[in-house]
Design a protein around this ligand. Structure first.
Ligand SMILES: [Zn+2]
Length: 194
């Protein structure tokens, strides 16, 4: 493993099929400029991991450091307003992600890498907002909160009333807690139907 990665894997697309059905010619889905931008983001992400003030989390950090093995990159479009998406080990980056500022693009790539390492939406949003606070992170949106409630976090716990986010061993993440307060919390416990 080396971080930053010396090589990355890019999804290809078949552009010429043989009579027997095999692919005889394929092209990368990412342009050289897009590949260059991914490498720049990975440089920044490795530096973030090395300087991270959160202790432990070694399984996550190791996974994030090993992108050459753990991620296949695909460049393409997605549904409305979706800038990036992870499916299994494949991260899709859209033209609008590449059109973001350098710091926002790095935060987007980092967020998706946390997913590729097995993180839930809460994990990705929490570490994005901790590591890129004021420097590329965006606050959770209304469609994130149902996922926070339903899926929880693999590496973090969340208090929806205070917006506080902590690692499983109790370290407090430096997120803007106001942005993590649940806008529509499930109705208070203890009730029942009569
Ligand atoms: Zn996400």
């Amino acid at each position: 493993m080396s971080c930053p990665a010396q090589t990355i894997r890019i999804r290809t697309r078949c552009v010429e099929t043989a009579w027997h059905g095999g692919c005889v010619s394929s092209v990368r889905t990412c342009s050289q400029a897009q590949i260059d931008a991914i490498f720049v983001a990975l440089d920044g992400i490795c530096a973030k991991i090395d300087s991270c003030d959160l202790r432990g989390l070694n399984d996550l950090k190791d996974c994030l450091r090993n992108t050459s093995e753990n991620v296949v990159w695909k460049c393409g479009t997605l549904g409305d307003s979706i800038v990036a998406q992870t499916s299994g080990n494949e991260i899709t980056l859209t033209p609008s992600a590449f059109g973001s500022t350098t710091s926002r693009f790095e935060a987007i790539v980092f967020h998706e890498m946390v997913h590729a390492c097995g993180g839930t939406e809460l994990d990705s949003e929490a570490f994005e907002n901790h590591c890129y606070r004021g420097a590329g992170a965006t606050a959770p949106t209304s469609d994130d909160f149902p996922k926070f409630r339903d899926d929880g976090g693999r590496w973090v716990n969340w208090n929806g009333s205070t917006g506080s986010v902590t690692t499983k061993d109790g370290q407090t993440l430096n997120v803007n807690t106001a942005a993590f307060v649940d806008p529509s919390p499930p109705s208070g416990g203890g009730g029942g139907w009569f």
